[in-house]
Design a protein around this ligand. Structure first.
Ligand SMILES: Cc1cc2nc3c(=O)[nH]c(=O)nc-3n(C[C@H](O)[C@H](O)[C@H](O)COP(=O)(O)OP(=O)(O)OC[C@H]3O[C@@H](n4cnc5c(N)ncnc54)[C@H](O)[C@@H]3O)c2cc1C
Length: 471
């Protein structure tokens, strides 16, 4: 089934969630200024799926069209369809669309549960497929939670049990879990939260090697929203002061699990370190490949803003500044090209089309470096005003508004208010959670470099040089 963005919002508003913002529990979360932007963005994923058939493939599982983000991709074309969907979402909302880790969780759980059942004769795959058919039939929005709080990073999980989501009790009707996941993108606005392991575990650490799905009816789940300067800005109100008021920046939360009972039918990995490792590898590849396409869309958005700023300042004919736009376009296409290349050179993993791991990890590194360079270009083009401009409220004040209207005007093709809107949008890109989100979302660049170093055949490269040098 394909529902509308409004249907999704109506469904969400019926959930009774325990959500905290700035120290207070909120009741009407769907209309809260810090939460609504994430809801608007997820709602837009539904609208865009209806606009383009490539974003809503036919699913044999439920015998109807479903959202691409809830679909198990089986071919390179399938995966490229997802990459294009994500790039377009990033461009048109200027933010994270939140359903990406949920989509990666679906792919990874599909492959990992199938493999576990072959190895151990269990029925995890059937359990997972039962939930997946509910997800596809009802067009549910899914997110994925991996990152544990970890505490002192020099300790193993077994030495810091509470810092990792773990099994408290094994019961006939399910498992009781406790712990917390940090940095969770949009979890408070999802229908399904997949909870996955944060890292690979060793023998003796089985209680952490678990994967399951949380549903809105589960008790003991608390969501604590991030609170950055940008969140204060969203609370401040106004029409355009927050730069991207409708969709916001990358909204995340801490999810606290306080003795949550998860029924067995929603447990997909249970105390199995082999399955947890398999799941993680698949998830990381899937997420980093999609992340490169997402970054291309973010760069597209920043390029649009930079080009408008040049025009609003009357600088659009200056060759040195226009060249910066060319460089930004090149970076977006490079990140997108890596994602497409990784998808094209991928292989089937237990029926799921899996991107090439080396190329994918390269996409993370190039994507992050490109993203930072693009932010620098944007700042260079915009000048200092994104971090020094007065507010839209000052423009409305009769004592100072007329002065600002005049002093902040530039090209006659743009009103002062239009120019200020572009300036605020650039401020949003440069000072919100996007910079650190761009670097760490999908795993740290360090993790990608370690993966590249481990996977690359350095011997082959050395051998070629030795032959060329006659060594
Ligand atoms: C905006 C945003 C959105 C996110 N969304 C999600 C989400 O939806 N779901 C989700 O699960 N996660 C999400 N993340 C989490 C993201 O994957 C992590 O931030 C990332 O994996 C780094 O982990 P950390 O922040 O806990 O860093 P830390 O563990 O605090 O590490 C800091 C640095 O030290 C390195 N490091 C840490 N421990 C070691 C060690 N033992 N040895 C060597 N190096 C080490 C890390 O690689 C990193 O570079 C999001 C993050 C951000 C910023």
């Amino acid at each position: 089934m394909l529902i509308s963005g409004e249907d999704y919002i109506q469904r969400l508003s019926r959930y009774r969630r325990e959500i905290y913002v700035k120290g207070e529990r909120i009741s009407d979360f769907v209309h809260h200024p810090n939460i609504r932007p994430a809801i608007n963005t997820i709602a837009f994923t539904y609208e865009l799926a209806k606009e383009n058939d490539r974003y809503s493939p036919y699913s044999q599982l439920v015998d109807e069209r479903v959202n691409r983000l809830n679909y198990v991709n089986q071919t390179p074309e399938d995966l490229i369809g997802r990459l294009d969907y994500q790039r377009e979402l990033s461009l048109r909302t200027g933010t994270c669309h939140y359903r990406c880790p949920g989509s990666d969780a679906i792919s990874a759980l599909y492959a990992a549960t199938l493999e576990t059942d072959k190895r151990s004769g269990t029925d995890f795959h059937k359990r997972f497929m039962d939930l997946l058919s509910v997800i596809q039939k009802n067009d549910l929005a899914c997110t994925g939670a991996l990152t544990d709080t970890k505490g002192d990073r020099s300790k193993r999980p077994i030495e810091a049990r509470d810092m990792y989501v773990h099994v408290e009790e094994k019961r006939e009707d399910g498992i009781v879990v406790s712990g917390a996941k940090i940095h969770q993108s949009g979890a408070f606005a999802a229908d399904v939260n997949f909870i996955l392991p944060t890292q690979a575990f060793k023998e003796g650490e089985e209680e952490f090697a678990i994967a399951f799905a949380l549903l809105p009816e589960d008790e003991g789940v608390k969501y604590v929203l991030q609170n950055t300067g940008y969140q204060s800005k969203l609370r401040e109100g106004g029409n355009f002061e927050a730069g991207n008021k409708k969709y916001g920046d990358r909204l995340t939360c801490t999810v606290i699990l306080n003795k949550v009972l998860v029924p067995w039918e929603r447990v997909f990995i249970f105390e199995d370190i082999v399955a947890a490792r398999r799941l993680l590898v698949h998830f990381a590849i899937s997420h980093r490949c999609a992340g490169a396409a997402c970054k291309a869309g973010f760069v597209d958005s920043m390029t649009g803003a930079a080009s408008l700023m040049l025009k609003a300042n009357g600088l659009d004919k200056v060759p040195a500044l226009r060249q910066r736009l060319g460089e930004m376009v090149g970076i977006a296409e490079a990140a997108y090209g890596i994602a497409i290349g990784a998808a094209t050179k991928g292989k089937s993993d237990n029926g799921v089309w899996q991107a090439d791991p080396l190329i994918t990890n390269a996409g993370k590194i190039i994507g992050v470096e490109g993203f930072i360079k693009v932010l620098m270009n944007l700042a260079e083009i915009a000048g200092g005003i994104p971090v020094t401009a007065p507010s839209e409220f000052d423009l409305q004040n009769p004592d100072i508004g007329p002065y600002l209207e005049s002093y902040l005007s530039a090209s006659p093709s743009f009103t002062t208010e239009q120019r200020l809107k572009i300036i605020k949008f650039i401020e949003f890109w440069a000072t919100s959670s996007h910079l650190i989100g761009g670097i760490h979302g999908g795993g740290s660049p360090t993790a990608a470099i370690v993966a590249l170093q481990t996977m690359a055949d350095l011997g082959l490269k050395e051998e070629a040089v030795k032959r060329a040098l006659d060594i």
